[in-house]
Design a protein around this ligand. Structure first.
Ligand code: UD1
Ligand code: PEP
Length: 417
């Protein structure tokens, strides 16, 4: 299995552009199932999760071609209504395929995704939303069987604004009869991107980006061409790479409002951040300022997908920071690995940890516990002139395109072996 060998200490600086968001492209690829036609999607990131989704689409009969960063998906014929367990095991978010499948077919089955490293991640809200739309669901030996019945618009009231459940509900409602009203919907930018994609192929969805979404069912969809929004989490990760090494960074083609929850925290850490017409400029602080309390919450709050990376930065701050992870119950697995590199981290409760800044981290042999935890180790490794070996980088490759090439171009000494 591949590893990164990083000898840090170099400033990460220069200019870069980041391709499409993982959390946008995955639901958009699922949405292509609804379309008995061609979907052309640009700005697709070269990450392993996209390849898993390609395999899923191919396994049910879609024809998929990749030309540079464009995916051409022909979903005219769907030949299977079952999603193979091997894919759900590889990529938990493959559950977002369920809403699109039942929007298109009379019956579909998918295995239960179960828990994953960062939490138990139940799917009760997904299933309830589909039931609200009239889908009959039977669960047998870990397999979820969905019968379309009389799929029809209804009111869905989410107890919690789950991103995936909101997407599944929208996907199922696109071709349901009548109007669906979703209350307490997730407001993440990737849901707005999904709405834009769906509407470009003839769906009638409005309200994404707010907590109330309305979908008017349609019968037919048409050929569509769409470009995926840039990955705000990958951009935020590179901003921290620059900040933790004392560099200056410019990122082109950024959607500024998407970056605000991340930029706000980085400003508190002492970074100077400027926006211009086409991007973002970051100037590192001379001394990294501690942030008293970092609390993750649904958008527009601080994203859980940036918690581990910001923690790496706080490990080198001038004071004490508390991290309160409110979204996932087991998202502190990077703490023990950061501690191996000299970080001063104490658990207060299962989802609150206290970080006291240290002057310097040191190199070590560490293991990526999950996608963002792995990214936090890369950031920590970039900050120290020692050598760090990071194993299990397949987690990182789920969500970061060409991480080593991008970092090398910005001045890092990083090797993938
Ligand atoms: C592919 C994708 O877009 N992944 C993102 C998506 O994941 P995902 O869509 O899985 O995240 P959710 O918003 O659904 O999960 C948030 C919380 O709700 C809980 N929950 C969720 C569904 C449900 O039926 N029951 C339930 O209890 C989860 O266990 C978790 O504790 O949003 C997360 C929160 O911003 C991000 O970290 C992930 O990167
Ligand atoms: C948790 C994440 O993704 P997923 O939902 O795909 O596991 C993430 O992107 O940090």
């Amino acid at each position: 299995m591949s590893k990164y060998i990083i000898t840090g200490g170099n400033k990460i600086e220069g200019r870069l552009r980041i391709r499409g968001a993982k959390n946008s492209i995955l639901p958009i690829m699922a949405a292509t199932i609804l379309n008995e036609n061609l979907s052309i999607i640009h700005n697709v990131p070269d990450i392993s999760d996209v390849y898993v989704m390609v395999k899923i689409l191919q396994s049910i009969g879609c024809k998929v071609k990749k030309e540079e960063d464009t995916l051409i998906i022909d979903s005219t014929n769907i030949s299977s209504n079952e999603i193979d367990e091997q894919y759900v095991r590889k990529m938990r978010s493959s559950i977002i395929i369920m809403g699109a499948m039942i929007g298109r077919l009379d019956y579909t089955s998918i295995s239960h995704p179960g828990g994953c490293a960062i939490g138990s991640r139940p799917i009760d809200l997904h299933l309830q939303a589909l039931k609200d739309l009239g889908v009959r669901i039977e669960e047998e030996h870990g397999v979820i069987k969905c019968f379309r019945n009389n799929l029809k618009g209804n009111t869905i009231n989410f107890e919690f604004p789950s991103v995936g459940a909101t997407e599944n509900a929208i996907l199922a409602a696109v071709k349901a009869k009548g109007t669906t009203r979703i209350y307490n919907a997730a407001r993440e930018p990737e849901i707005e991107d999904l709405q834009k994609f769906l509407n470009s192929m003839g769906a009638k969805v409005k309200g994404a980006g707010t907590n109330y979404i309305e979908i008017e069912g349609v019968e037919k969809l048409t050929k569509v061409e769409h470009s995926v929004i840039p990955d705000r989490i990958a951009i935020g990760t590179y901003m921290i790479a620059s900040a933790i090494t004392g560099g200056n960074l410019e990122v082109d083609k950024v959607v500024i409002p998407h970056m605000e929850p991340i930029s706000n925290q980085l400003r508190l850490a002492g970074c100077e951040i400027e926006y211009n017409d086409c991007g973002i400029k970051l100037k590192s602080p001379k001394i990294i300022q501690s942030i008293d309390l970092i609390r993750t919450s649904p958008h527009p709050g601080f994203p859980t997908d940036m918690q581990a990376q910001l923690m790496a930065l706080m490990c080198l701050s001038n004071g004490t920071s508390l991290f309160y992870e409110t979204i996932f119950e087991n998202r502190f697995m990077h703490c023990s690995q950061l501690s191996k590199m000299g970080a001063d981290i104490k658990y207060i409760t299962e989802n609150i940890s206290m970080i006291k800044g240290v002057r310097k981290l040191h190199g070590s042999k560490v293991k990526s516990p999950d996608l963002r935890g792995g990214a936090s180790l890369v950031l920590a490794a970039l900050s120290t002139p020692d050598k760090t070996e990071i194993s299990d980088i397949y987690h990182i490759e789920r969500g970061y395109e060409n991480l080593e090439t991008i970092l090398k171009n910005l001045g890092a000494d990083i090797m993938k072996v």
